[in-house]
Structure formats: structure tokens, C-alpha cells
Design a protein around this ligand. Sequence first.
Ligand SMILES: [Mg+2]
Length: 423
Amino acid sequence: MVKSIRQYYGRLHELLHLLDACDPLIIHVDMDAFYASVEIRDNPDLAGKPVVVGGSPNGRGVVAAASYEARRFGVHSAMPASQVLRRCRQAIFIKPRMEHYASVSKKIREIFYRYTSLVEPLSLDEAFLDVSGCEKLFGSAKNIANKIRHDIRSELDLVASAGVAPNKYLAKVASDLDKPNGCVAIDEADVLDFLQPLSIKRIWGVGQKCAAKFESIGVRTIGDLRKFSVDQLRPMFGANAQHFWNLARGIDDRLVISDRVAKSISHETTFSHDITNREVLEAWSIELMGQVARRLRRHEIKGRTVQIKLRYSDFQTLTRAITLPEPTNISKSLINAANELIVRELQPNHSPIRLLGTGITNLTGRRMTQQTLFDQNENKKHSEIDKVTDKILSKFGNAAVRSAKTIEQKIRHQRDPNIHDGN
Ligand SMILES: [Mg+2]
């Protein structure tokens, strides 16, 4: 029995902690020598040749991409184009066609969306995908990564490498380890062993200068870095000390932020028999709007305008909307608004309803949302509750929460205890 608010939150956090044990799974997909590969694909005469996409060797441009044949001569991206010919006299220069690469990139992204909606593109040729909880549909995360690579290969005739890991940092490191055409997966249990021998330059944010600093204290590998505490690192690396300490242990809490912010999100249902009871409709609205709210939270977006759609038994259909003072993705706020619309619209003895829809428009991404001080504490409490519900649902599926159907039955039983519903 929970006796106090403090105890209540204690329980919530315990539960969150427990559920956090279900591993997040991130894939980092990185196209191999992307621009150069697209050029070679489009012009097979270039196959097997050192192709360099970028500025002219006579100008001041830099290499945007180099085929693997060019890389064998030491040509790499970001190298001044004027240096290329010194290393590789037979290099074939091609002017970048960015619009074309963008259209190919869009096709690659469409392949990602077959497997998850949580896609965060980093550039035209790489993206993070959050596939946590997608295993039941598509097999293990490594399987998903390989399916994606297969789709890209067979449909677009291009080659991608992938890294599969519990977080973004590890997935990105992994995708780079077996290029080209590689797929490296890291299990949670193997993270420390995996990182141990890797060069300190594999730590995100460690460039040449920083690597030299590490070298001066005898740190060459990530394993070496782990011998230092945050306090020991701080005098040399300041605010980055904690960041380096975390990455050396494979700790990275950043979420995959989807770029695909829809214009509206909605759910609707047609009832098996028309509904005349307003309370039953409200119960359905809780279920439907709950799903909408969960989708908002999964995409880390909020919405301001709540809509309902009602279709009467004579097929007359109407929509009603209400705009809230500020965007939210809290289930309770959205459900209250939807139910307020239902109450406003439905007179006593209204005609039977055959369809109910709930939705939200006027969407904004998390970073664009500014929270007012008003009701902040109240919101925080409900956010925590939503967080726990989301975790439970992602782990145990929809059966874990009471469905509208059971609420409907309960209401019917309360009204008439003699009803025995066979469903
Ligand atoms: Mg790439």
C-alpha cells in the first residue's frame, strides 16, 4: 500500500528502473563512400576506378567522397582536392550532384521507415534508428540491420554498413569497424571488452589535439582512459571530463529524435454496435486518445489542438476541435479535452454513434516547446505517470492496460447487474 506521495514516486522510480532493464536497441546505418558509390552506380564505366567527388584539383575545393579504390592511395574526404593528384595521378574527379544524392537519400530513408518510425538522419548518408521493441515484428536488431542493408543493396544497388548497439555512441563506433559492407553488433554484456582495445580517437569529441593530450598522460586506448576518475580528468579536460568518462564505459543516454513530425496524429474506431451511452463513448475516448498521446510521446512531440470526430448511425459526421493554452503530450490533459468536446456535443438522448475518432494537430517538436510555469508541477506528476505507462506498454503490450472494452462492460454491469456479456 502506498502511503505517501514520496513513497508513490519511489515506487514509480523503482518501476522505471526495473523496466529500463529492457534494452534499447539502436542501429547506425552509414552508406559506404556514398556520393562516389552513387556516381559509380550511375556510370558503370567508373567501376573499379579511383573516383573522387568534390572540388576541382585546380581549385580550392575539398574531397566530398572518395571511392575505396581512391582511398587505397590515401585519398580521403575533407582532403584539399589539390593534394589528390599528388597521391593518385589517375584520380577521376566528378562534380558533386547534391540534389541527386538527396533524392537517393530519400529512398534510403523510406527503407528505414519500413522497420521503425524513429529515424534520426545525421546527413544524407547516415542515420540512427531506434528499433527497441521491433524485434517481435522483424527479428533481432542485427537481423533488422541486415534486412535494411539487403533492401538498400537490392533496390538501390548501393552498399551500407551498420552498427547495432544499446546506444547511439556504441552503434556509431560499431558501424565504422567493418567497412565497407559490414555489420557489427555489440551486446550490452560485451560493451567494456569491445571498447577496451579501441583507440582513444574513437571517443566522440576526441580530435588530434585532444588525443595528443591523452597521449601525454599515457592514454592511447579507451581501456587506458578507464583507469582515470572524473576528478583526475577534470583539470585537463574541464567540462568534457564527465563526457569522456561516460563514453569510455559505453554510457550514452541520448535519444534517437525522429525528424518525421507529422501534421496530425489520430486514432478512430467503428463500433461493432452503435453506442448511445455517453459514458461508454468517454471510455472509448480514453483508449483512443491514450494511443494518440503515446504516439506523441514516442516521437517526442506535443500538440495543441485536440479534435474529435463523431459519426452518427445515419452516417452524418462531424468534427469538433479545441485549442489548449499550450502544447502537451500528457494523456490526462488530452483525454480531458476530448471528453469535454464529447460532453459539449452530445445532448441527452442523442442519436446512436457508430464511429469515434480522436486526434491532435498543431504539433511541435520537443525542442520547440516552451513550458510555462503554470501547472508545471501538476504536469510533471502526470508526465511521470505517462512515462511508466509507456514503459509498461512497450514491454508487455496493450493487454497490460485496461481496455475501453472492459470499461464499457463495467459500466454496463453497473447499470444493469443482470447483463452477462459473453465477450
Ligand atoms: Mg558514409
